[in-house]
Write a protein that binds this ligand. Structure first.
Ligand SMILES: [Zn+2]
Length: 119
C-alpha cells in the first residue's frame, strides 16, 4: 500500500472544558495538521492522489478553523476542543472530500500530537 502525507498549519484559540490546569484558560496554538492518504491504485502518472488535491482539501477544511476561537464555533459548542477532537473533526471533513484519507495528526506543539483514524 502507498501512503502520502501533506502538512498544513492553522492558528486558532481554544480552551479545554472540564480540565483543571492552565489549558482551561483561553490560549492559542499554531497547529500543524498532517493528512495521510493511502491506497493501492496509482493513476496513469503513477501517483495516488495529487498533493495539490490534498492541500486544496486541507486548506478548505482548515480555513474554517483558522484565526477562530474554536470554542465559539457551532460544531464545538459545549465540547472540549482538544487536539484529539480536532483530529477527528478534520478527519471527518477530509474524508468527505478525499475518501482515501486514512489518518489525521494534529500537533499542538512540536512534541505533542494527537491522531485520529479508523480501523
Ligand atoms: Zn491548547
Amino acid at each position: 500500500m502507498f501512503e502520502l502525507k501533506a502538512q498544513m498549519y492553522f492558528s486558532a484559540a481554544h480552551h479545554l472544558l472540564n480540565y483543571d490546569g492552565a489549558c482551561e484558560n483561553q490560549h492559542g496554538h499554531n497547529w500543524l495538521v498532517e493528512a495521510y492518504v493511502n491506497g493501492n491504485n496509482l493513476d496513469k502518472s503513477n501517483i495516488l492522489v495529487d498533493y495539490k488535491v490534498i492541500k486544496k482539501a486541507l486548506k478548505e477544511v482548515l480555513d474554517y478553523l483558522d484565526h477562530k476561537d474554536i470554542n465559539e464555533l457551532p460544531e464545538f459548542k459545549g465540547i472540549s476542543p482538544s487536539s484529539e477532537i480536532l483530529s477527528k473533526y478534520i478527519y471527518t471533513k477530509m474524508k468527505e472530500i478525499i475518501p482515501q484519507t486514512s489518518k489525521i495528526s494534529v500537533w499542538e506543539t512540536s512534541t505533542s500530537c494527537a491522531s485520529y483514524y479508523e480501523t
